[in-house]
Design a protein around this ligand. Structure first.
Ligand code: FES
Length: 325
């Protein structure tokens, strides 16, 4: 983990603020690849409980950086992480993970088609910055609503005439209809934004003949989930039972009872919160069918075994779930 201080804050409009984070002794920070993110511990640490962490894309230069830049959109309906980030002042301390990369550029690509929606611009900005620095062939499509458009000027500077801004879904659709066909062989597509936009872009790419291996996506927001039915979680090793109400995730219920479970994305994407589930001998399909897996991390085979789940999004179909906790 890295202990950092807030060295600067810039309000970008549309409820987005950019934060600059430095090492307190001004040491150089670990380098990172375009599309990397850091997990920032948000909120006060509760003794015995796993800290809440939010993941933010790094938007600045990645080679031996003197600071990290992240941009945070205030989400009033969220779990409080963005509110905490918006309460930070210059000089405040934050704890963050070292950068990790799950959305890197393919360096052998002949051309990079970078597509951003809303605050999903942050990893796309770092892709554009690196592509401009290394002289790679690229273009950027940025879709945002009125009042949005964080980092647009910076993208314009980096991209020269290679930036297209779309102010509506219709404009984006119309632009992509031509742009997805007019690409050199060996081009790669990168898209980051809301889930609905990613689905629209990836299915348009599929329809235009792009192979999956050349399409890379990073979802910025997960779709809202059904609240689900209440159930009891039996913690077999701890000898306790926890009631999980409708609308509360199993992860939140465990953390509220001070049962430490590592977590990061809370959207069923990162795999951090995986918990083992007791499979009763001979229960077979009955038990497998007993979990409603809502994550996009476990493989179909793992889901089929029914011996684990991601408690940030998934829940049992029945009234009782037995956990190896
Ligand atoms: S916290 Fe990321 S999958 Fe659950």
């Amino acid at each position: 983990m890295l202990e950092l201080v807030v060295a600067g804050i810039t309000e970008l409009g549309g409820g987005v603020r950019a934060l600059t984070l430095r090492d307190p002794s001004e040491r150089t920070l670990p380098s990172f690849a375009p599309g990397s993110s850091i997990a920032v511990q948000v909120g006060a640490q509760v003794p015995g409980a796993a800290p809440a962490r939010n993941s933010y894309s790094l938007t600045g230069p990645g080679r031996r950086p003197e600071s990290y830049s992240i941009s945070v959109r205030l989400d009033e309906a969220g779990r409080g992480g963005s509110r905490w980030m918006h309460g930070l002042q210059p000089g405040d301390s934050v704890t963050a993970s070292a950068p990790s990369s799950a959305f890197p550029p393919v360096l052998s690509a002949r051309h990079h088609l970078l597509i951003a929606g809303g605050i999903g611009v942050t990893p796309i900005l770092s892709h554009a910055r690196a592509a401009a620095e290394w002289g790679r062939s690229f273009e950027v499509v940025y879709a945002h609503g009125e009042g949005g458009g964080a980092h647009r000027e910076e993208l314009e500077e980096l991209s020269g005439g290679r930036l297209t801004v779309c102010g509506s879904r219709g404009e984006l659709r119309a632009h992509l209809a031509a742009a997805l066909i007019d690409q050199p062989l060996g081009a790669h597509l990168y898209v980051c934004g809301p889930v609905a936009m990613i689905e629209a872009v990836t299915s348009a790419a599929g329809a235009a003949g792009w192979p999956d291996s050349r399409v890379h996506a990073e979802a910025f927001t997960a779709p809202a989930l059904e609240p689900g039915e209440p159930f009891d979680a039996k913690l077999l090793r701890l000898g306790r039972t926890i009631r999980v109400e409708s609308g509360t995730t199993l992860l939140d219920a465990l953390l509220a009872e001070n049962v430490p479970v590592p977590n990061l994305c809370r959207q069923g994407v990162c795999g951090e919160c995986r918990v083992a589930v007791r499979v009763r001998p001979g229960s077979g399909d009955k038990d497998t069918a007993g979990i409603e897996h809502r994550d996009s991390f476990l493989t179909d085979e793992e889901k089929g075994r029914g011996d684990c789940l991601m408690p940030c999004v998934s829940r049992p179909r029945g009234e009782i779930l037995e956990l190896e906790l």
